[in-house]
Ligand binder design. Structure first.
Ligand code: GAP
Length: 441
């Protein structure tokens, strides 16, 4: 593997500012002073986050015959979380600083209070990270519900339903994308660790003896996914957890780590969960959650290999890795070198002038492109300024409509990375952009 990248010391601040300034990510409830650790995704962010999730779904579900999808409920009864072990063990060690009274996650502060520098703390106590709420109009124990802290459990509780309604048999997977909630003690680093976030998880059910091989397969496959979508290989590494540090369900976990501005940290975890979850849910619910193999006449509880990624965390990693500053025509520009599959807009349509002569043909160009690509449309400011604005948000191609377009029925297509421009006939435009974007992948 190549060397660790050299990072701009201000990278996190620059990306955070850009995200806010251009409408990727806003602080939630900002007009009320902000609600700590929750974020809203703006017009550009919602496109990009959707693209991250679509790229994951494309590789995990659409292009595979062994994986199906599911979309389970976010609210769940205590029984699910008792069986999964979350009620008992999904905790972080909480300490109070004896000097300033701030509360911290003990394993994240190296014995020194980040607020006041004191080294004196209370004894750590287990703090459960699940959000507890109440379902229905009657209060009391029977009404308790939890917001899911991971999407995985909705997959396990539907294992029998999926087996019964599809013709899948091990090895096969069930994938899910959606929100999860954790009452993190110290949310931090922009959208890296938040209390409300989105996960992309897949539970892959295999014969127990095949689990180690499939574990290796999914570690490699998931690592390659980030590289395919544009993260340079030296920004990524694999980190195998020591046995003593494993989660309560895991027989082995390897993380894909990313080189964040604060150093190497988790991007995704790929765990061998063994038969822990199906066995637990089977015991607690009384419903058999196993598989009968008609070829061997054997019944067994499948092992589970779980690649568990964060959609919001992955989006942050893609933004950090894509951020560049370079010099074009003597001027420094900011450019997000995002893969076209992730960019909020694939194309920007830019009429050279606001004059009314160009309005009709510009609208026509936009209508040609919109069914195929997510497009921006911008008529304000000089064309140079507008190119810079598109570079800064990662739009791979700009299509400029000029007065010549009225005669030759062609437009100029400009490339974000090389800034090269070519003239393309309107009749060829969709095919041309398809070929350009495909080639970049
Ligand atoms: N089902 C296994 C599981 O949830 P995890 O390592 O706790 O494993 C998987 O979470 C991924 O979800 C993490 O690698 C990360 O990308 C994302 N994630 C977890 N907690 C998060 C948080 N508080 N904020 C943002 N993303 C988070």
């Amino acid at each position: 593997m190549s060397d660790t990248p050299e990072l701009d010391p201000d990278l996190l601040e620059k990306v955070t500012n850009l995200a806010k300034r251009r409408g990727f990510i806003f602080q939630s409830a900002e007009i009320y002073g902000g609600f700590r650790s929750t974020y809203d995704y703006g017009p550009l962010g919602v496109n990009m986050l959707r693209n991250v999730k679509n790229a994951w779904w494309y590789s995990m579900v659409q292009t595979r015959r062994d994986i199906v999808g599911i979309d389970a409920a976010i609210l769940g009864p205590p029984a699910v979380w008792a069986a999964s072990g979350h009620l008992e063990t999904f905790t972080d060690p909480l300490v109070d600083c004896l000097n300033c009274k701030e509360r911290w996650r003990e394993d994240k502060i190296d014995g020194v209070c980040p607020n006041c520098g004191s080294t004196k703390f209370t004894e750590p106590r287990a703090f459960n990270l699940m959000f507890k709420t109440q379902a229905g109009p009657v209060e009391g124990e029977g009404a308790t519900a939890y917001l899911r802290p991971e999407t995985a459990q909705g997959i396990f509780t539907n294992f029998a339903n999926v087996l019964a309604t599809t013709r899948k048999k091990p090895p096969f997977g069930i994938a899910q994308v959606g929100k999860s909630f954790r009452n993190e003690i110290t949310p931090q680093n922009f959208v890296f660790r938040t209390r409300e976030f989105e996960q992309m998880e897949m539970e892959y059910f295999v014969a127990p003896e095949e689990a180690p091989e499939w574990h290796r397969y999914w570690i490699e496959t998931r690592f390659a996914w980030y590289i395919d979508l544009g993260i340079p290989e030296n920004w990524l590494r694999k980190y195998e957890h020591a046995l003593a540090d494993l989660s309560h369900y895991s027989k082995g976990t390897t993380d894909v780590e990313f080189f964040y501005p604060w150093g190497w940290d988790e991007l995704e975890g790929i765990a061998n969960r063994g038969d822990y979850d199906l066995t637990q849910h089977s015991k607690h619910s009384g419903v058999a959650l196993d598989y009968f193999d008609p070829t061997t006449n054997e019944r067994y509880t499948p092992y589970v290999i779980e690649p568990a990624a964060g959609a919001t965390r992955a989006m942050m990693a893609f933004l950090l890795a894509a951020y560049h500053e370079d010099v074009v025509e003597g001027e420094t520009r900011t450019v997000l070198r995002l893969d076209w599959r992730l960019a909020p807009y694939q194309v920007a349509v830019l009429p050279l002038s606001k004059k009314s002569e160009l309005e009709g043909v510009s609208a026509e160009v936009l209508e040609i492109l919109q069914p195929h690509f997510m497009c921006d449309y911008d008529v304000t400011q000089s064309i140079g300024r507008r190119y810079r604005r598109q570079d800064e948000i990662g739009t791979p191609l700009c299509v400029t409509v000029d007065f010549e377009t009225l005669n030759d029925r062609a437009v100029t297509v400009r490339d974000r990375d090389t800034t090269e421009q070519v003239r393309v006939a309107l009749t060829d435009l969709v095919e041309y952009i398809h070929s350009r974007t495909r080639n970049e992948s």
